[in-house]
Design a protein around this ligand. Structure first.
Ligand SMILES: NC(=O)c1ccc[n+]([C@@H]2O[C@H](COP(=O)([O-])OP(=O)(O)OC[C@H]3O[C@@H](n4cnc5c(N)ncnc54)[C@H](OP(=O)(O)O)[C@@H]3O)[C@@H](O)[C@H]2O)c1
Length: 293
């Protein structure tokens, strides 16, 4: 394995994604920091990142990618290959939060959330996997959430999007391990990024009005998350550690949080339960590589 990895990051305009780009580039990794709408929405962010790269001589390339658009994802991946010749790591980071009582979330809002948080990584993986499989090497990293393992009232759709992401990441792991491609799931608790400010609010508030005291739950939950969030650099340091951990030695899941929600207990139980799956379905020989992760 080359020690300097070619790394594609989605949603690198702000928050974790931007920190990953800076942290990993400072260690010499070659970064393709992707973001949507480079001309308008993210013009300032892109120019700040390019300026930093120039000032510190960092190997960061800024590329356009909207994870809800197949063509945009494919164009970005083609550009990485044209520039670097390979992709060693794809970090599926782009995502957003949706807050509100479940009944107040419209079907359009639910679809839009899943399109970014869940189908976004599907698009990215479909674009990068042919290259990774040709190399017989690669790492797919998923920025899930503690909310991908526990259910928070008023964040049901966000939790569902991250639960879905977790299930799929684990399936990719079984299916790709024999070809040298690892899946790694990162489960952050609350960290200081723009995610809370960018939270989309359930549109049909008339439904919430009839819920009595329960209608206050979304505000209380958002406020608890915002006030307990800590410095996001800790998550970037975990991602750096994952990338610098040799193949075969990485964990499947990394829970990183200022609070112990008991997620490690869920993960430990899940490892024991999942270990029985290959045997039950008579596919042990095919999934041998992932047994102990
Ligand atoms: N911060 C936390 O406490 C926390 C905890 C657990 C998990 N997470 C997860 O961490 C990931 C990063 O979030 P963050 O906390 O860093 O918040 P953030 O600062 O709001 O970053 C979210 C990023 O996703 C991008 N994005 C959204 N929709 C996109 C699309 N269609 N195409 C491309 N990029 C898109 C945003 O781009 P724009 O600037 O264009 O909107 C932004 O760069 C998310 O998946 C989030 O669910 C965060």
């Amino acid at each position: 394995m080359n020690s300097k990895q070619v790394i594609l990051i989605t949603g690198a305009s702000s928050g974790f994604g931007r920190l990953f780009a800076e942290t990993l580039a400072r260690k010499g990794h070659i970064i393709f920091a992707t973001m949507r709408d480079l001309r308008k929405r993210n013009a300032k962010n892109a120019s700040e990142i390019r300026l930093l790269a120039e000032k510190e001589s960092l190997p960061i390339h800024v590329l356009e990618m909207d994870v809800t658009d197949d063509d945009s994802v494919e164009r970005a991946v083609d550009a990485v290959i044209a520039n670097a010749g390979c992709i060693d790591v794809a970090i599926n980071n782009a995502g957003y939060n949706l807050s509100g009582l479940a009944e107040a979330v419209t079907s359009e809002q639910a679809q839009s959330l899943m399109n970014t948080n869940f189908i976004g990584p599907v698009r990215v993986n479909r674009a990068v996997l042919p290259y990774m499989r040709r190399q017989r090497n690669g790492v797919l990293i998923y920025i899930s959430s503690a909310a991908g393992r526990m259910v928070i009232p008023s964040m049901g759709f966000y939790c569902a999007s991250k639960f879905a992401l977790e299930a799929l990441a684990e399936a990719y792991n079984y299916e790709l391990a024999a070809q040298g491609i690892e899946s790694v799931i990162v489960e952050p608790g609350p960290f200081e990024t723009a995610v809370f400010g960018n939270t989309v609010i359930a549109a049909d508030q008339a439904r919430s009005e009839t819920y009595g005291a329960v209608k206050e739950v979304p505000t209380k939950v958002l406020s608890a998350l915002t006030t307990t969030a800590v410095d996001a650099q800790e998550v970037a340091d975990v991602v750096l550690r994952i990338i610098e951990t040799p193949g075969g030695k990485k964990q499947l899941r990394y829970f990183v949080s200022p609070h112990d929600f008991g997620i490690n207990e869920i993960n430990a139980t899940a490892i024991r339960v999942q270990a029985r799956v290959p045997e039950v379905f008579n596919i042990s020989a095919d999934t041998q590589v992932v047994k102990d992760r």
